[in-house]
Design a protein around this ligand. Structure first.
Ligand code: C2E
Ligand code: MG
Ligand code: MG
Length: 554
């Protein structure tokens, strides 16, 4: 027979204990309830959880030997819950037991209330723990769970056994309209259940957002999953026609040991999924490291550009232009160099990227402004400037204010217009051609000459030099040398005629990419007396160019 303590004392102590347990610490809560249960045992009472479901929690305290408990005289304590249900607690006295005093009943009430609060706190904490890793709608795991699992598998070296897949259901918005959002929620849940079906516990199906989910499946299960993504029939009601046919697009990444973190995985599958979504005929896209790195590079330059301008990480280099008659400095071309982490990045790595988004225009104005500052400073220091040419992208052609903006910058630094030349490349687009004509014409009207850059490289059209009032023709370096002897002959013959035509039309002609005395000889023979190339100088930093400039004038 168990030693019975005074029930009232125990109940008071337990009530106080529960009251003190912290509201948020699940461990402390659990311990307090445990101690209360243990203490009750000393009175011959047992605390049992009889039933628990979503709506109701029933907890009872009865005698250890339930035969002795008297259900007919049970006391009931009922508390309403936040979610609308109620929690019911019962205390079963012992059969034939002397009636508890009013004070004991009162303390039992207080104890039960404390017990209920401890239970609610416990539920809350358990809910919080559950929803940290689960999606409330589908009850499938969420992005955090997915991320932590990826990191775990990376750490324990098993990640290479898996394929990561980002999934996006086709036409889900339409489906919402057709069958309603409640049914759609059910469809989504069942679809994810269906994907999870047949996978092991270590494999993951997580809902990321909307109808997007992320999967981590063993490589041997990839085909099974892709089949399901091609076509799945999902029921959302009892009625035979309450079903939908689903298909989904996917971004797939065959993981290898060198993945570094869940960030790489999630980013890779998301962008690969976007590739599939952006394509008319591709349901599944596979992650390819090389193209992804290219995309990364692009994103880097796009996002770092603004700050690079502010920090002046983009430097303006100058490549001298020389006269082939006396080898004197006659001008320079301004060329951009981006310094990233102390390393110099040539323009070919970032100009095409900036051109895609029109940000190239900001760069060109930045370079122009920098060049104007230099010229102003040279003039102020008594150094006679040379003409500096600045590359202006074709992207400017749609800018109606281009010419006025150029003039504004020149005038801001009081730069005489003859010291600036605009290098523009050829265009094959008719609309651009008209704009090019207007821009070059208007610039000339303001005393600023323009040159056709890289002439002969693209699909050069003779109407370009006939109809657009360019002052200078920059002959592309490809005219000078080509390892293929047969085409070299033709190139050189073309060069000869291009130079002669330019001379006849009163244009100046300058050759780019002059690397040898043989090139110089060839140019002179063909009456081209201006050159730019590594034979004389590579593009050099401003200070170095300024040294050359001031020595030249001594
Ligand atoms: P570009 O305007 O035709 O500039 C000449 C390019 O040829 C420069 O390359 C220069 O370094 C290179 N070069 C000069 N001499 C030689 C030589 O003897 N041999 C060889 N192999 N190459 C030579 P860079 O600086 O890499 O510039 C490449 C292109 O990037 C430029 O071609 C230009 O189209 C563009 N670019 C550079 N800076 C800017 C800019 O600020 N704005 C715009 N819109 N484009 C720019
Ligand atoms: Mg150029
Ligand atoms: Mg060029």
């Amino acid at each position: 027979m168990m030693m019975t303590k005074n029930i009232e004392d125990v109940v008071i102590q337990c009530g106080q204990l529960l009251m003190q347990s912290s509201a948020v610490d699940s461990k402390e809560n659990k311990e307090a309830v445990q101690i209360a249960a243990e203490s009750l045992k000393f009175c011959g009472l047992e605390m049992k959880r009889l039933d628990a479901d979503q709506q109701t929690v029933i907890q009872s305290i009865c005698f250890l030997d339930s035969e002795e408990a008297d259900p007919s005289n049970a006391m009931e304590f009922r508390y309403s819950e936040d979610h609308g249900g109620s929690a019911v607690y019962r205390v079963y006295p012992k059969v034939g037991q002397e009636k508890w005093s009013e004070r004991t009943v009162k303390w039992l009430g207080i104890f039960m209330m404390q017990l209920h609060e401890a239970n609610s706190r416990q539920n809350l904490v358990e809910d919080a723990q559950y929803y940290r890793y689960h999606d409330p709608l589908t009850k499938h795991t969420n992005l955090l769970y997915y991320s932590e699992r990826c990191d775990l598998y990376i750490k324990n070296g098993t990640i290479c056994d898996y394929t990561a897949i980002a999934v996006d259901l086709d036409d889900f918005t339409q489906l919402n309209l057709r069958i309603g959002s409640d049914n759609c929620d059910l469809v989504l849940t069942r679809f994810l259940d269906w994907l999870k079906d047949g996978l092991t516990d270590n494999e993951i199906v997580s809902r990321i957002s909307g109808d997007r989910s992320a999967l981590l499946v063993l490589k041997e299960h990839e085909d099974m999953i892709l089949e399901k993504l091609k076509h799945s029939e999902i029921r959302y009601g009892e009625n035979p026609n309450e079903k939908v046919n689903l298909s989904a697009e996917a971004g797939i990444y065959h993981l290898s040991e060198d993945v570094e973190s869940h960030h790489n995985i999630i980013q890779a599958i998301s962008s690969t999924l976007n590739t599939a979504k952006g394509s008319m005929h591709l349901q599944f896209a596979y992650y390819d490291r090389a193209s992804a790195e290219e995309l990364e590079r692009k994103k880097f330059y796009e996002s770092a550009f603004e700050q690079a301008l502010i920090n002046e990480d983009i430097h303006v280099f100058f490549q001298p232009k020389v006269s082939l008659k006396d080898y004197e400095l006659i001008g320079a071309e301004a060329l951009s160099r981006w310094i990233v982490d102390g390393k110099m990045v040539p323009p070919d790595s970032f100009i095409p990227i900036l051109e895609e988004t029109n940000r190239i225009c900001e760069l060109d104005f930045y370079v122009l402004e920098h060049v104007c500052q230099c010229i102003q400073s040279w003039i102020r220091h008594g150094v006679k400037p040379v003409k500096v040419s600045v590359n202006f992208s074709r992207r400017h052609l749609s800018d109606k204010n281009l010419v006025s903006e150029v003039i504004r910058i020149l005038d801001k630094y009081e730069v005489p217009h003859e010291y600036i030349e605009m290098e523009l490349t050829e265009t094959t687009i008719d609309a651009d051609f008209e704009a090019l004509k207007r821009v070059v014409h208007d610039l000339r009207g303001c005393g600023i000459e323009s040159s056709v850059d890289d002439f002969g490289m693209g699909y050069s059209s003779l109407s370009l030099i006939r109809d657009v009032p360019f002052k200078v023709l920059k002959i592309d370096k490809s005219f000078l040398g080509d390892k293929n002897a047969e085409s070299e002959e033709r190139q050189r013959s073309m060069m000869k005629h291009v130079i002669s035509m330019a001379n006849d039309m009163g244009m100046e002609c300058i050759a780019e990419g002059v690397e040898s005395m043989e090139h110089v000889q060839l140019l002179k023979e063909n009456k081209c007396y201006m050159a730019q190339g590594f034979l004389f100088n590579k593009p050099i930093p401003q200070e170095e160019f300024e040294d050359i400039l001031s020595q030249q004038l001594k």
